[in-house]
Design a protein around this ligand. Structure first.
Ligand SMILES: O=C(O)C(O)[C@@H](O)[C@H](O)[C@H](O)COP(=O)(O)O
Length: 230
């Protein structure tokens, strides 16, 4: 549908403004229905934002459920665990009071856990705030252009809220929200930094299909708020 560009001079200004927007969105949801949900990405970009958000005392964290948009299928003591990143950087300070909905189980494979996790995530839809990241190949959440599950993950009539994916260009099996779950969210943000990633985004939207660059599928099917700084 549309990309709305919010451009900042630097990452500090971006994160300050972003934390304000997220607080506003969560507070609006809480005032309307008594609770709110916040789905965050892993990877390296959101860490400073998590630390800033975790100190926000103007959010009624007890009424907020935090989940990940995607998880690598690794144990919590693995450096690649998004869940551990969130626990150590977001669910601290004021935000330690939030509820946490894990999209990781002890199942041997992500595939084997889809049904259980779908049941837990489905009841939280539509999610109030989704924060997406993007990789240099145009993947978002764990919807990778290289994975054989991509078409299924991008199907808007997919009844599952989550999908197991196996990228071939990145390590680990993944659990990811489907495009249908992402696109149904009330507020959807794309959080990226660097000129390189902005160039990937522009090129993805202008010159590629959604199957080539999955971030395009989100911009085509939802209002996507870009939060970018060099
Ligand atoms: O678990 C993950 O890998 C993600 O959630 C993924 O979609 C991430 O957002 C991008 O790969 C960007 O990652 P960086 O912020 O590290 O560049």
């Amino acid at each position: 549908m549309a990309l709305i560009e919010n451009v900042f001079a630097n990452r500090e200004a971006l994160n300050e403004s972003f934390a304000n927007k997220i607080a506003d969105n969560l507070n609006t949801a809480i005032s309307q229905k008594g609770e709110a949900s916040l789905a965050v990405s892993g990877g390296s970009t959101p860490k400073p934002l998590f630390q800033l958000l975790s100190n926000r005392a103007d959010i009624d964290w007890e009424k907020v459920t935090v989940l990940l948009v995607d998880e690598r299928w690794v144990s919590d003591d693995n450096d690649a665990s998004n869940q551990t990143l969130v626990k150590q950087n977001l669910l601290q300070n004021q935000a330690a009071k939030a509820q946490y909905l894990s999209i990781k189980t002890d199942a041997a494979t992500a595939e084997a856990a889809v049904k259980d996790i779908d049941e837990k995530v489905k009841v939280r839809l539509p999610i109030d705030v989704v924060i997406l990241g993007m990789g240099g190949d145009g993947h978002t959440a764990s919807l990778f252009p290289c994975s054989s599950e991509l078409a299924e993950g991008l199907r808007l009539d997919n009844e599952s809220s989550v999908i197991a994916t196996q990228p071939t260009t990145a390590p680990h099996q993944r659990m990811s929200l489907t495009l249908a779950s992402i696109a149904s969210a009330t507020n959807i943000y794309l959080h990226i930094t660097s000129d390189d990633k902005k160039a990937v985004l522009d090129e993805s939207l202008q010159q590629h299909t959604a199957l080539e660059r999955p971030i395009k599928a989100v911009a085509d099917n939802a209002e996507l708020q870009l939060m970018w700084a060099p």
